[in-house]
Structure formats: C-alpha cells, structure tokens
Design a protein around this ligand. Sequence first.
Ligand SMILES: *Cc1c(COP(=O)(O)O)cnc(C)c1O
Length: 221
Amino acid sequence: MAIKENYEKIKSEVEALRPDHPPRIISVSKYQPLEKVEEALAAGIVHFGENRIVEGFEKFHGIGRASIDFVLHHIGPVQTGTIRKYNGLYSYAHGVGSASVLDELKKRLDKDRWKMKVFLQVNLTDEDSKSGFSREEIKSLLRRASSISTEYCTLEGLMTMGPSSGDPVLTRKVFKELHSLRMEYAPNAKLSMGMSGDYRIAVEEGSDYLRIGTSIFGERK
Ligand SMILES: *Cc1c(COP(=O)(O)O)cnc(C)c1O
C-alpha cells in the first residue's frame, strides 16, 4: 500500500480509539530514502522522525531550504557529538536519556539560540539494549522539574519503548507505568510511546505521540 493510505488508515484507527484528543502520529522515516519522504510530504504528512541526527540532517536540510512545512523529531539516543546538527532543523528530541546529555543539549541550544522540546527517555524494561533514565533517576530529576527547562530547551514529556519481545501484557504494563510516573511527577508532561507493533496499546494507555515507521513506510532497507 502507498504511504498516504497507510498513514490515513492508522490515523482513523487511532481517532476511533480516542476521539476526544487523538495522539499525534510521527512518521518515522529512518533508513528510508528521500523519495519516500517526498512521497509522504506530498501526501500532507508533517511530522517526521529520524533515528540518527546526521542521517536526518542529510535528508531534510535540502527540503528545509525549499521551505516546505515539516516538523522534524529526533527519536533516537542523543549523541552529543552531533547535536550541533539540530540547529535550524529539528524541533523535538525524544531520546534524552541521562542528566549529562540533557546538560550538553541545553548548552548547545543556548549557544545556537535554537529552540527544542525534549522528551526524557525512561528505561522501564530493564533491557541493557535500551538507553534512558532508570526509575530512580527520572523521579529525582522530575522532583526538580522546574530546573529542567530553559529558554531554548523545554521539557515536553516522557518517552519509553516497549519490551523487545513485543509481549502485549508486558507492553501494557510498561506504558501504564510511564503514564503513572507522569501523573505523579510531571502532570503536564506529554507521553511519547507506541510504535508499529504496539501503538494500539499505547493509545489505550494515554499516549500523546506515536512514533510509527514500518506500518507507514514499509520495511526499512
Ligand atoms: C525505529 C523506531 C521507531 C519506529 O519503529 P517501527 O517499528 O518501524 O514503527 C520508533 N521509535 C524509535 C525510538 C525507533 O528507533
């Protein structure tokens, strides 16, 4: 199926699941060629997600110059060596996974005078393959929540990934836990959770941003 149909099918599905305020869908174009991004732009898709800062930069900076409206989200772990590439292009970072990365990012954005909204990634599956704050780390950071945001770097919410096994029971448990962390420690924070394999569960558990790649663009190269 074409990108437009895939996207619209998912959109109406999530609107049916949560008609009052459906989550925003981020179309994850990582490892997809520029032609697919162009097809998506032509279909009216606005929010894109890239996993690697430089790959996203290479794909989108040419489009940026053509001044087509899009909003670029960085969804992967933040490599501080490449964050200067955020400048002028990326609006959101979903994978801020430690206090030191957050500090580096704030410094950089301040220096570049570039505004971004950040999600703090929480590792709730205890899998080593996943980065992010531990439960204790995120709680202690959120207790000082007023110290997180600066003029150029504002806290948008919390992000997590479901278990690699895809087990639906465990996935729901993880998403529920992110939701209750939010309720207890950061009631205004948005939730970034849900991918191709688990977005329905994420919507049911209160997600605000879905990060969907394969179900929109097809398999990655
Ligand atoms: C790749 C990726 C996604 C999208 O995954 P799909 O299964 O293709 O929908 C979402 N979030 C993150 C952090 C990713 O790296």
